[in-house]
Design a protein around this ligand. Structure first.
Ligand code: UDP
Length: 361
């Protein structure tokens, strides 16, 4: 019997960990699984709603760390997570993605000689100004089990000298959740409620510091809304960081064709992604979800750690210069829509491969 401790901390973790949690529960003879939530994201809209919708129980351990600078947040998570590990004595700690909770809990585990598994290992943007890239590099360097979502991850880990026996190509656990929830999403009335018509609106999400921490970004956003709002509704569920910065820069936009909402629940967001004409984003996960859904995606970043979404999927990496974003969107709206395919092993079965890799190796 292996004692497994799963860690979640922030919004993008919940969809990746939920299917793994459920899969472990199918093997009560082989695994005892517990869940720890660090509280990196803590409010109803960024955290609680996902527990309700994704069908994962209240966490066994809640660290309540909240927001702070990177150093303070990482340190607080480490201090609290060490107590959890000492109490539970897990055989394996499993972390996901690239948030501060990922590296903080990983570091605590390995220092206590607990095996560490990383869900979504091997992704690289090769941009070390991104806090997520540092979290990814360091977590992979200390992990014992590296669960990889796409082939670039296999190449990156090989290039970094990670031994083959640590690497398991599982596919994408976040897509397991999407596959599972898609039937419900198709039935929901989210677009009606939000006042948009399926297939006719542009969906925006932005939260990366490289964009939303600059005043220039909000000037570009205003131009974007002025240009595309003439012919399309623009739906913008706004991340707390982005909303705060918009206010601080005095850059609020008042336009009847811009529909700004609080962050949406998972089901609502999947619905509006599924029926968007195009999604314009700087999110990591949204690049992958749109690829699976076959919905056009324009990514407002200069790099992506998910190149399969560009090579195989519907993603266009436009860069952060909005002239290029406008050019890409104009082209798309003129009918030049990139046809995508679904990457290898994004088949709704990734979590079973993670669990198999952990329990049967
Ligand atoms: N998401 C959501 N509601 C929203 C925006 C995003 O449920 O209003 C989901 C989205 O479907 C994806 C995840 O949150 O599963 C992505 O999280 P985020 O963009 O915050 O993080 P990143 O993927 O960039 O690390």
């Amino acid at each position: 019997m292996k004692k497994i401790l799963l860690v979640v901390g922030a919004r993008p973790n919940f969809m990746k960990v939920a299917p793994v949690y459920k899969e472990f529960k199918k093997h009560p003879d082989k695994a005892e699984v517990r869940l720890c939530h660090t509280g990196q994201h803590y409010d109803v809209k960024m955290s609680d709603v996902f527990f309700q919708q994704l069908g994962i129980p209240e966490p066994d351990f809640y660290l309540g760390v909240g927001s702070a600078s990177h150093a303070v947040q990482t340190a607080n998570i480490m201090t609290e997570f060490e107590k959890v590990c000492l109490e539970m004595q897990p055989d394996v700690v499993l972390v996901a993605g690239d948030v501060n909770s990922t590296i903080a809990c990983g570091l605590v585990a390995v220092k206590l000689h607990i095996k560490l598994g990383h869900i979504e290992a091997g992704l690289r943007s090769f941009d070390r100004t991104m806090p997520e890239e540092i979290n990814r590099l360091l977590t992979d360097a200390i992990s014992d089990y590296l669960f990889v979502t796409e082939k670039s991850g296999l190449e990156n880990l090989k290039n970094e000298g990670v031994p083959d026996e640590k690497i398991i190509f599982t596919g994408n656990c976040m897509i397991d959740t999407l596959v599972n929830f898609l039937p419900k999403v198709e039935e929901s009335d989210t677009s009606d409620r939000l006042g948009v018509k399926p297939g006719e609106y542009i969906l925006l999400t932005f939260h990366r510091p490289a964009n939303v921490d600059t005043a220039e970004f909000f000037v570009n956003l205003r131009d974007f809304v002025a240009k595309y709002g003439r012919n399309h509704k623009i739906l913008f569920p706004i991340h707390p960081r982005t909303r705060a910065n918009m206010k601080n820069f005095g850059a609020e936009i008042d336009d009847e064709n811009l529909i700004m909402t609080e962050p949406l629940s998972y089901l609502d967001f999947l619905h509006v992604m599924r029926y968007a004409k195009v999604v314009v984003t700087d999110s990591g996960g949204v690049q992958e979800e749109t690829t699976y859904l076959g919905v056009p995606c324009i990514t407002v970043r200069d790099n992506t750690e998910r190149p399969i979404t560009v090579e195989v999927g519907t993603n266009i990496l436009a860069g952060t210069d909005f002239r290029n974003v406008f050019a890409a969107l104009d082209d798309l709206l003129a009918g030049n829509v990139k046809k995508g395919a679904i990457p290898d092993l994004w088949d709704g079965q990734a979590a079973s491969r993670v669990v198999d890799g952990l329990l049967n190796r």
